[in-house]
Design a protein around this ligand. Structure first.
Ligand SMILES: [Zn+2]
Length: 258
């Protein structure tokens, strides 16, 4: 990929809440933005269930700066209750935001939580379903969704149950026909950046800071970030020079398999 074509690639990270950007793809954002690829991070709620929206916005923007990403405070839906907005309305609102990124020259890579929303938050799952529906109508869009072993997020699930947040959902199959492969990105060289970005969300961290709670999750994740992706996403990652392995090996035919 030439410098010029790298500049045309756009990456859009769809975060249901401020701080999800770090957990979905903190390392990947940093790897992609280093060579100058524009990475846009969209927060679809103000995170008001977890604190004051103005504080959360400031934390979000600081975290994005640390990841060298461009923050967009979308804040369309109430934290913890995305599904209370009718799906038809939600999807129109989402398309109004994402269509601007899909338009224009060059490929667009969209990244969000994967099956089960990481640790079962219903907003994550709702946004995933809406993003998949939108991407399915945009063949030029490449999609990459976070996919970790369930045990990685066991501490988060316990913590959320104690806070009596909305009922957590179980992992469902990804409702998407274009999924091609599991992708493991090596983020070893940017783990400190990812940790510092997460630390920007101080209001969401317990006493002891980033190492005490969500930090424990990052330790479980280690120096990789795992995704499911389509053939186009694998092609873009490879062209962008992102270090990753995939399984099964990319087969262009599988893009259209069920
Ligand atoms: Zn979230």
């Amino acid at each position: 990929m030439t410098q010029g074509s790298k500049a045309r690639l756009r990456v859009v990270v769809c975060a249901p809440h401020p701080d999800d950007e770090c957990l979905i793809a903190g390392g990947l954002c940093s790897l992609l933005s280093r060579p100058g690829i524009p990475v846009h991070v969209l927060a679809f709620s103000a995170g008001e269930a977890g604190g004051c929206p103005s504080v959360r916005r400031a934390e979000f923007e600081s975290a994005c700066r640390r990841l060298s990403a461009h923050p967009q405070w979308v804040a369309l839906w109430p934290d913890g209750a995305f599904a209370e907005t009718a799906s038809v309305q939600r999807r129109l609102q989402l398309a109004a935001v994402l269509d601007t990124y899909a338009a224009g020259d060059g490929p667009c890579l969209v990244v969000t939580w994967g099956p089960g929303g990481g640790y079962g938050h219903p907003d994550h799952v709702t946004l995933l379903e809406d993003v998949v529906a939108w991407a399915s109508a945009h063949p030029c869009v490449a999609l990459l969704v976070r996919d970790d072993p369930a045990q990685v997020y066991a501490p988060v699930r316990r913590w959320l149950r104690r806070r009596a947040l909305p009922r957590l959902v179980l992992r469902d199959p990804l409702p998407w026909r274009r999924v091609c492969a599991s992708v493991t990105v090596d983020v070893a060289e940017v783990v400190d950046v990812r940790r510092e970005a997460l630390a920007c969300h101080a209001s969401q961290l317990p006493r002891g800071g980033v190492d005490a709670f969500l930090g424990a999750v990052l330790h479980r994740i280690g120096t990789v970030e795992r995704f499911l992706g389509d053939a186009a996403a694998l092609t873009l990652l490879r062209a962008a020079g992102v270090p990753f392995t995939s399984s099964p090996e990319m087969d262009p035919a599988c893009e259209f398999s069920t």
